[in-house]
Design a protein around this ligand. Sequence first.
Ligand code: GUN
Ligand code: FE
Length: 456
Amino acid sequence: MTDLRGTSLLCSGFQTLERGTIDVMEEVLITTDETGSISSFLRPGEEGYDAAVNTARREGTLEALGEGTYLLPGMIDMHVHAPQYPQMGLALDVPLEVWLNKYTFPLEARYADAEFARRSYRVLVDDLTANGTTTVVYFTTIHEEATRILVDTCLDKGQRAIIGKVAMDDATQCPDYYRDETANESIEGTRRVIEYIRSHPDNAAGLVQPTISPRFIPSCTDASLGGLGELTREYGCYVHTHASEGDWEHNYVIERLGMTDTESLDHFGLLGRLSVLAHSVFLTPSDIETIVAREAAVAHCPISNTYFSGAVFPLRAALEKGVHVGIGTDIAGGPNASVFAEMRMAIMGSRMVESGTDARKAPEERGFGSTTRIDFRDAFYLATTGGGIALDLPIGNFSPGNHFDAVAISTTAENGTIRLWDEVDGGEGVLQKIVYTASRPNIASVWVAGRQIHGE
Ligand code: GUN
Ligand code: FE
């Protein structure tokens, strides 16, 4: 394991500082301070580069990635249900409202058992890390102890995380066996978890941040939503919820409150710079304006949306209107634990929207056309810099001042799935191949704040 705090790393790789543009990093020198923040980023030929390489070499703090290994910013997963990992790859045969009651609530209820929570959360955090994910926004369950266990697990293993206890108290929508007993319980339980995270002795650097997590509006009473809105103001912390995910949910909220999810969240004080709205497939034009005005973010979950949304999030339009968007796996609504798989689906979904799907129609009438398309550059942006902006965290690229959160991709791993050819590959095409073909054996090393948390 190579701890990169207090070292200078000589490496090649890729980052994207701006959507649509790839920075091909060749033999750059990234220096990280003792806290894991990037203190300088130098390219060959830049003033100070040679001197910095020589100094680091002399002082024994020079590290280097091997030939065929490329550095990328760590992947940011903006929407994960930690307790649902044991059912990942199961139970995708029914609509959301059936899925919750038939499969998901019974599984989540098991996290009353701390031992089960400990076991399952350790596997999840290890697997996400091994897949190259360095920051995760997690829902847990209604249980405070199990939520504290996930916090402890992330701190122990060094994964950056935003964690919240699920709030769900509406007796008409949540089963008796799995529900906060009262609105006050939702609010005060959330408060206790926030306090636990903020005062955790191992969390001085703020690796784990708290979030307020109303599951979605249908599962919460007006009283709990209002109280959680006040708590958001009081603590100035993240809000993580689902919004306008599918027809049933979107229409249920309009019927109950006479407003869309976005309007309702805004009404209850739950929409701000640190709000993450998962899915958001059915946003209205006015919802989009509101989200842009509040500088809130959407977690785009393209694989899960295939199963539960019945439509495709208009990603490119949202980006062009200035919505902050990142990517989410939505484990286990999405049956995969890799942001790479999610990037591919985001691209493929946009291409299917572009071309359309009904072969009986003429090509020019079949789809929405090329204004809906995104490519591997956009997808990589969403998973890195876009996610960092969405979460208002100094992560997502190697700019000085950012945390050194990174993944080393080995393109020569024998068991891996990336194959490069000298005759064919070079420049940003290598990143394109990484985005499309990387798998777990290609994830050679993972660092969060300079601390190596996976690999050799
Ligand atoms: N809406 C409310 N709960 C959930 C959940 O667990 N997963 C998804 N995808 N949507 C939800
Ligand atoms: Fe979800």
